[in-house]
Write a protein that binds this ligand. Structure first.
Ligand SMILES: Cc1ncc(C[n+]2csc(CCOP(=O)(O)OP(=O)(O)O)c2C)c(N)n1
Length: 647
């Protein structure tokens, strides 16, 4: 690891305050170097963090954290904050199992005021903290740091509305890099671009101040003229300022890489006694040329594959296609066949595999910005107008739009297809990004068809079924490779039923493993391990979450001594629980167990580690099955003994 001269000593924000401007420059360089090195090794958010280095230093020099409360929106730009608040050593473990989270976490530090990961929450949270503390006599400040992308989210706008109404001395730092993950979209975004690009008020004032200083002798009349000019400049540039109209004071845009200038503004901010927006212009990816040129590509970075020591070890096999890519290709083909197909995303064009669609059918593609609830209802409107909308949103962000699904899509029974990428256990980002709740949230929505394809063939059949559907439809899949193509998985979809992946004929005492989604690979491994121990095991891919052909399923299960259901989602309220309840209702007392993620928030780890932690990997599953069978046989023996002793 690199040697740093200043950074290791900056173990609390107070240490920053004595640094000279030269030392601050060195510090910024060291922070960037450490971030670049660590993110390349562990994966993480690169471009947003590189853009926020000077802003964070200036904030921590001017304010007094944690007495003053700094709240980071999304939290994906918090690496400098972590490094300057006593986590220099831990930073090496960024995003690793039991290591440091990539997002602010209250359990990690008193400087992390909120746990974050989802966008557009900071203004609400900072306002709540401020008002709550003020009720107990607080004299400090609360500062929300929000990006221009996150500011477009509905919750941020609701919070602005309320903050303007309350009139409390909240400070909002608008970190404007003119980018969301990709290009920022929307009228507010264009409005802010105009504010930063047309030459700012601050620049104009600086120009006027400089002009005054060059006039050798100026009398009162000149001064009056100059001040009128200054006010004129203000009215020219801020006549229509959205924030001032909402009851905020506004300063900006100012250069978010100039620490001294920001500090001066922050000192002024401390004296302002009403809500204040400080508009800071930053460059996403600052200091890393590739990231500056391609900030979208460097938003989230995967860990670099470790170099193989021996060339002969190199794996030349083509890497398996990802389910995200399978969807991206499938929806382009669907759009070719059906001109009513339109695709939508909420600020995740690349992440959801829609880049090709957006380029091939720009008129039929809508990036609605970080506005999941709006996106769902907008899609409902498109469906009313006869289009066939497919809206892609990560499973975790769909938590935002539960009401829109029920109220705007399901009740009017509209043919909107909601495609949930990153469903199930999600690597790297931790608690806030797990996609394990969608089954429990949506499986019982009346009229919903809900499927979990595992490879390209199933993806194509799922999309085809959605196209024919006259009602709401959901597709979910994990951040995983496609399961290999095979005859079993190419069998046509039958409503409410799955397919056998492997089935041995005429075997006794069989166990059935039912798998939902990409845990199919683990179920297969489990079956292989059990076969080796003489336990015959069939594997069934569930395909459907809703509707369920319950009679068919109960008949199927009745052929087995034991059925184990495995799902890539939270166990409580999941599909396994629903099937168990159906058995009870039908008075069918089978040996049935259901497994899934526990009722706990799951922190950051790789997907493989998460699967193992939940006991859902092939080896653990085999162990569980053996144990259940053992207990079951033991129960049988006890029953037998009891029966014999009665005779
Ligand atoms: C509700 C929600 N939707 C989507 C995301 C995914 N996401 C993470 S950061 C980001 C872009 C945020 O843009 P901005 O606020 O401008 O910050 P920048 O990365 O540009 O610094 C998005 C869409 C999220 N975290 N939360």
């Amino acid at each position: 690891m690199s040697e740093f001269s200043i950074l290791p000593g900056m173990n609390n924000p107070a240490a920053l305050k004595s640094l000279s401007s030269e030392e601050l420059k060195i510090l910024s360089g060291e922070i960037r170097e450490y971030i670049i090195e660590t993110v390349h090794r562990n994966g993480g958010h690169m471009a947003s963090n590189l853009g926020a280095v000077e802003l964070t230093i200036a904030l921590h020099r001017s304010f007094n954290s944690p007495v003053d409360k700094i709240i980071w929106d999304v939290g994906h730009q918090c690496y400098t904050h972590k490094l300057l608040t006593g986590r220099f050593e831990e930073f090496r473990t960024l995003r690793q199992l039991n290591g440091m989270s990539g997002f602010p976490k209250r359990e990690e530090s008193p400087h992390d005021i909120m746990n974050t990961g989802h966008a557009s929450t900071s203004v609400s949270a900072a306002l709540g903290v401020l008002v709550g503390e003020q009720l107990a006599g607080f004299r400090g400040r609360a500062i929300a740091v929000i990006g221009d992308g996150s500011l477009t989210g509905g919750q941020a706008l609701e919070a602005l509305n309320y903050a303007g109404h309350l009139g409390k001395n909240l400070i909002i730092i608008l970190n404007d890099n003119n980018m969301s993950i990709g290009n920022n979209v929307g009228a507010i975004s264009s409005y802010m671009s105009r504010m930063t690009s047309t030459g700012s008020y601050i620049n104009m004032r600086r120009f006027i101040d400089r002009a005054i200083s060059t006039i050798p002798f100026f009398g009162k009349a000149t001064l009056r003229f100059v001040y009128r000019l200054k006010r004129g400049a203000k009215s020219i540039f801020f006549k229509e300022n959205l924030f001032t109209d909402l009851g905020f004071k506004y300063i900006g845009p100012i250069d978010g890489h100039n620490i001294e200038r920001m500090e001066k503004v922050f000192e002024v901010a401390k004296e302002v006694n009403q809500p204040l927006v400080i508009h800071v212009a930053t460059t996403k990816g600052k200091g890393l040329t590739d990231a500056e040129e391609n900030p979208a590509g460097y938003h989230g970075v995967s860990p670099k594959a470790p170099e193989k020591a021996d060339e002969s070890e190199k794996d030349d096999s083509p890497s398996a296609q990802k389910l995200t890519e399978a969807y991206g290709q499938t929806i382009v083909k669907a759009a070719e066949r059906d001109k009513n197909v339109v695709a939508l995303t909420a600020a995740m064009t690349s992440g959801t595999g829609l880049k090709e669609f957006s380029e091939t059918y720009p008129d039929r593609f809508f990036d609605v910005g970080i506005t999941e609830p709006h996106g769902i209802t907008y899609a409902a409107g498109l469906a009313v107008a006869g289009r066939k909308p497919f809206i892609s949103i990560y499973s975790t962000f769909m938590q935002r739009a539960v009401d829109q699904v029920i109220h705007d899509v399901a009740i009017p029974h509209l043919p909107v297809t909601i495609v949930m990428d990153r469903a199930g256990l999600v690597p790297g980002d931790g608690e806030t990004h797990q996609g394990i709740y969608d089954i429990s949230l949506f499986k019982n929505v009346p009229g919903m068809t809900f499927v979990a394809p595992v490879n390209q063939s199933e993806m194509e059949m799922a999309v085809e079924l959605a196209l024919k559907s006259r009602g709401p439809f959901m597709i979910r899949y994990a951040k995983e490779s496609c399961y290999p193509e095979c005859a079993a998985l190419s069998a046509p979809f039958e409503s409410g039923r799955g397919v056998f992946l492997s089935k041995g004929e005429g075997r006794e005492n069989k166990t059935l493993l039912i798998s939902l989604g990409s845990l199919l690979t683990e179920a297969e491994t489990c079956a292989g391990l059990l076969e080796k121990k003489g336990i015959s095991c069939d594997v069934y891919n569930m395909r459907f979450i809703a509707p369920l052909d319950i009679d068919y399923l109960l008949d199927l299960v009745s052929n087995y001594n034991l059925t184990v259901f495995v799902e890539d989602g939270v166990k409580t309220g999941g599909l396994g629980e629903k099937i168990a309840a159906a058995m009870l209702e039908h008075d069918r007392n089978f040996h049935f167990r259901y497994l899934g993620a526990p009722d706990e928030f799951l922190g950051q780890a790789t997907r493989e580690e998460l699967i193992r932690m939940c006991g859902l990997d092939g080896k653990s599953l085999a162990g569980r099955v053996e144990e259940i069978l053992h207990n079951y046989r033991f129960e049988e023996v006890v029953k037998q003994v009891r029966n014999d002793s009665w005779r």
